[in-house]
Design a protein around this ligand. Sequence first.
Ligand code: NAP
Length: 252
Amino acid sequence: MKVLLLGGTTEAAALARALAGVPDIDTTLSLAGRTKNPASSPLPTRVGGFGGAAGLQAYLAENAIDLLIDATHPYAAQIAQNAAEAAAEIGLPMLAVRRPPWEPKKGDRWQIVSEFGEAADLLGAAPRRVFLALGRLELDAFAKAPQHDYLIRSVDHPGPLPMPNVTVITARGPFDFASEEALLRKHGIEVLVCKNSGGNATYGKIEAARKLGLPVLMLVRPSLPWAETVETPEAAMAWLRTRHEALARRGV
Ligand code: NAP
């Protein structure tokens, strides 16, 4: 059985580790190529876009893929759409692995924003110390608020930045509560801007902001196309095993 695993998340990395040990399931991991040095994977890996839904559909057909797993990030709405479209077009079974969003708890001071430009406006006119827990491609929205001191953390150095006062830390998650609290304290952070990624790997900053009583400007989750969905790599493995057995019974 040939599987294409769309990745770029901790769930996809965990699935890749689990699938690497399974005989009879031949899986290729696909990464968008956003990080220069992605974490190593035990699976054969291809890197880069397919060229939209049509390109992905062609790849699936050319490589005789039997199952598609979309384990991309909950904010990666374009690839999720492409995957759903391509799979539907050729009648390919597809599973999405999607983390449920974090829910606010007592003490959280979240404000939901519909785009990062709105977050930049909400920071206000007076200079503040802001932790932008965002991807490097999302920083341009803050060019219009150059009065703030920004802290940015990314796997690779983001290169030239659209704002003048920026401290950059390069690091790869997961990030736990204690280290996130220490980071927020060290940089005197007054407000956090982030996405509602869900899962444990990046939840530490949310807990730390709660403990320190900091406001959080959180981007609303994008709507994603309907797909058969599980929340964890373990559930995805169970789904795959069931499908594998069904295909084997049909002699595929
Ligand atoms: P996106 O906006 O949904 O996708 C933009 C384009 O990137 C897609 O149309 C596709 O290009 C290509 N692409 C995305 N994921 C791919 C994959 N796994 N394999 C091959 N091509 C892929 O996605 P994004 O928000 O830029 O995220 C890019 C990647 O980073 C995703 O794989 C995601 O899991 C990971 N990631 C994203 C976030 C986030 O906050 N968005 C956070 C952590 C990790 P073509 O149309 O040419 O095929």
